[in-house]
Design a protein around this ligand. Structure first.
Ligand SMILES: [Zn+2]
Length: 251
């Protein structure tokens, strides 16, 4: 594939609609071609911005029943595959609308002096996504992920299980952020990856929430550690992730 082919398929790549071989080809190209990598970043940023600026509405309580009523019976569905994509599109939308109604903790804003921390976090997140290296230990079990960090870093992050809340754990990795080794807990929400960076807290570590290059960041300090969740997930959902994570970490 040449650069034009790659750019035509960026949308499908970011939506994870391509098959594995195809996706690998695009990732390899983005790795080797700075111009296309820049185009991919700009593309991801525009998508994040659009998502952020979209007006959100609360779903009326009878929406789910209406969608179900309008769908064919299971027997009809087999003969009319055209309905399946519609359902696939509607259900996440309904989930987003439902979660948009949930409140969260009131967060502060990032200070300008912490802008470079934000940039480092975002770059690290993007790098891991583009190289396809998002986990060193791939597991949905916290009993595998938590002990994996032991002996590699001198602190042990809590690893709560949020699968029941729609944020399954997919693994963990170590990453360098601002010259410090961070434990990264990797969760997922639908097709979106959430990197939660855990590092010993530093005086200038940012707290609050912000958007940068199309990604959202929700950060807080607790006890000895600083936490920063980075994702292209909508801010309202990432905030909810942070709230649930803090709640479950103490159980
Ligand atoms: Zn290229």
């Amino acid at each position: 594939m040449n650069c034009d082919d790659i750019r035509r398929q960026l949308n499908a790549h970011l939506d994870e609609e391509l098959d594995v071989m195809h996706d690998a080809e695009i990732i390899a190209h983005l790795d080797a071609c700075p111009a296309c990598a820049d185009a991919a970043l700009a593309h991801a940023a525009r998508r994040g911005l659009t998502r952020e600026k979209l007006q959100r509405f609360t779903a009326p309580p009878n929406l789910e029943a209406q969608i179900r009523d309008s769908l064919p019976s299971p027997k009809e569905k087999l003969s009319s595959p055209v309905n399946r994509p519609i359902l696939r599109r509607l259900l996440p939308l309904a989930a987003c609308m439902a979660i948009a109604g949930l409140g969260g903790y009131q967060a502060g804003v990032f200070q300008t002096r912490t802008r470079d921390s934000v940039d480092e976090l975002t770059s690290s997140h993007v790098r891991s996504m583009m190289t396809g290296h998002s986990v060193d230990v791939a597991s949905t079990s916290r009993h595998t992920v938590k002990p994996w960090f032991a002996g590699k870093i001198d602190f042990t992050p809590p690893v709560p299980d949020l699968a029941a809340d729609g944020f399954p754990l997919i693994g963990g990795r170590l990453d360098q952020v601002k010259g410090t080794t961070a434990a990264v807990l990797v969760y997922q929400c639908r097709k979106h990856v959430i990197d939660l960076y855990v590092s010993p807290s530093a005086a200038k570590a940012p707290s609050g929430e912000t958007s940068h290059r199309g990604f959202n960041i929700v950060a807080w300090t607790e006890g000895e550690n600083h936490y920063a969740a980075v994702s292209d997930l909508a801010l309202v959902e990432l905030r909810e992730f942070g709230r649930l994570w803090r709640e479950q970490a103490h159980l």
